[in-house]
Design a protein around this ligand. Structure first.
Ligand code: UD1
Ligand code: MG
Length: 475
């Protein structure tokens, strides 16, 4: 028998007042990605047939953002939107999705501000629902203040679930209950539809509570099961910057453990931030306080020094990135070849493609340039829109003048060229293979292979030169 299709409803209409931000709450980032993008990935992880996002506050902004990260998310899921205006409670929120839900499915209810739920947890919840029961994800908390309590028929942990009672509606005795509703449930859609039609808002908050459907299930003789987990982070919501930062640390801690379990050696797992996807070969070492963004891959034996920021870059085996290096490949990417040495204090920008054993030293900037095997630029230099041959040595303080104010032009430096210090190579220009450019030259015309080219004022030395002297001070 084919599994029951899963339709995910993501509640994301709330205001998020406590974020004290003009950005809608669900668009705040965790691990470099919007909270809501994490939740959409949860939907993809259970192979949902669609996800319906309930929007309200900042609806247009949230919907537009979903369009953007929907394309970049790993497994795609078909997204739809339902607006909830005004916001009259969680039951009212799910009601807005009903026209988009088909009765043959199971509805999995998630919140746009709960980013760290694991696929295995949701799959277990869906299995408990089994296309026929109301399955609630629950958790026991030392301090359950504020949460909806799971009310059972008796004191034993396995006693039948009778209701969820919201904190504000709970009696003193009910407030003693430690087991809370996480905000996540799986429910057969045809039953959900019937139960939502029966909701009212006669409660302490004057809201339509989704949680009231539990008592309808009990009244109708439909089994209610609580799937209890112990890992609070999986159901923790973000309501404030403090909670966002706490969950960020949990998320980063999990990524760090996963990397170390693959064999990556982290100097300190508490001082690593991965805001995207980091893939590593064997024997990779990462020193403290490094940030990885976008898609980064590190080959076997790569070593990353302290305080590097590395984004959208692929680093081949054996390369060493010394401390304080900044690499950002953005759309074009950056490639670092095998055994290359980069930094300290180097800057690699989009389109830097460095071959094997290239050396890029301190305060050297490389943008949209290809450097072939063994080329070196060790100090204080700029290479932009350049093609650099094998074994080229590019002197300290030299630059490619690649921009004429309107257009960018290329500089070609052929194999085995030696560029002295403080040269300006005015593009478009080609330095012929094996040639030498004297220090301080401004090169505006291409040079022949093997030539020494010098383009600077000729040195003049006047003998016995007397510098002007200051008149002695009168006192
Ligand atoms: C809800 C549950 C509570 C549970 C808790 C877990 C209800 C009635 N209560 O309470 O049992 O313990 O979550 O965190 O469901 N939202 C909308 N539209 C609305 C109201 C809310 O989209 O009209 C969204 C919010 O943006 C949020 C989510 O639904 O993402 C939960 O709403 P929230 O107000 O946080 O519910 P709680 O009162 O915390
Ligand atoms: Mg809440």
């Amino acid at each position: 028998m084919a599994a029951t299709p899963i339709d995910v409803v993501i509640m994301a209409a709330g205001k998020g007042t406590r974020m004290k931000s003009s950005l809608p709450k669900v668009l705040h980032r965790l691990g470099g990605k919007a909270l809501l993008a994490h939740v959409i990935e949860c939907a993809a992880s259970v192979s949902a047939r669609q996800a319906v996002v309930i929007t309200g506050h900042g609806a247009a902004e949230v919907e537009a953002a979903c369009g953007r990260f929907g394309q970049s998310a790993g497994a795609p899921v078909s997204l739809q939107f339902a607006r909830q205006e005004p916001q009259l409670g969680t039951g009212h929120a799910v009601q807005q999705a009903l026209p988009l839900l088909a009765d043959d499915g199971v509805t999995l209810v998630l919140s746009g501000d709960v980013p760290l739920t694991e696929a295995a947890t949701l799959q277990a919840l869906i299995a408990q629902c089994d296309g026929q029961r109301l399955a609630l994800l629950t958790l026991s908390m030392a301090d359950p203040t504020g949460y909806g309590r799971i009310v059972r028929a008796g004191p034993e942990a396995s006693a039948q679930v009778r209701a969820i009672v919201e904190h504000k509606d709970a009696s003193a005795a009910q407030r003693e209950i430690r087991e809370i509703y996480s905000g996540i449930m799986a429910v057969p859609t045809r039953l959900l539809r019937a139960w939502l039609a029966r909701l009212d808002n006669k409660n302490a908050q004057g809201e339509y509570y989704l949680t009231d459907i539990v008592k309808f299930a009990v009244a109708d003789g439909v089994a209610v099961v609580a799937h209890q987990i112990t890992d609070a982070a999986q159901v923790a919501g973000v309501n404030s910057p403090v909670q966002l930062a706490e969950l960020e640390r949990v998320h980063q801690g999990r990524l760090a453990v996963a990397l170390m379990e693959q064999g990556v050696r982290l100097a300190d797992p508490a001082r690593l931030d991965v805001r995207g996807t980091l893939s590593c070969g064997r024997d990779v070492e990462i020193d403290v306080s490094c940030v990885f963004e976008g898609t980064v891959s590190l080959g076997d034996g790569v070593r990353i020094g302290a305080n590097c920021v590395i984004a959208n870059c692929s680093i081949a085996a054996g390369a060493v990135i010394h401390p304080f290096t900044h690499i950002d490949g953005e759309k074009l990417g950056v490639q670092v070849g095998e055994g290359a040495l980069i930094g300290p204090f180097a800057r690699l920008r989009p389109g830097a493609q460095l071959g094997a054993e290239v050396h890029i030293g301190n305060f050297v900037e490389v943008k949209n340039s290809t450097l072939a095997k063994g080329a070196k630029a060790n100090h204080l230099a700029y290479l932009g829109d350049a093609t650099v041959g094998e074994r080229v040595n590019y002197g300290a303080g030299s630059i490619t003048a690649n921009y004429d104010g309107a257009n960018k032009h290329r500089t070609v430096i052929e194999a085995d060229v030696h560029i002295g210090s403080n040269c300006v190579l005015v593009a478009p220009v080609t330095i012929g293979a094996g040639g030498t450019v004297g220090g301080g030259s401004t090169i505006t015309k291409s040079t022949p292979a093997g030539a020494l080219s010098v383009a600077r004022g000729k040195q003049v030395s006047l003998p016995n030169w007397k510098r002007p002297a200051k008149a002695p001070r009168q006192s």
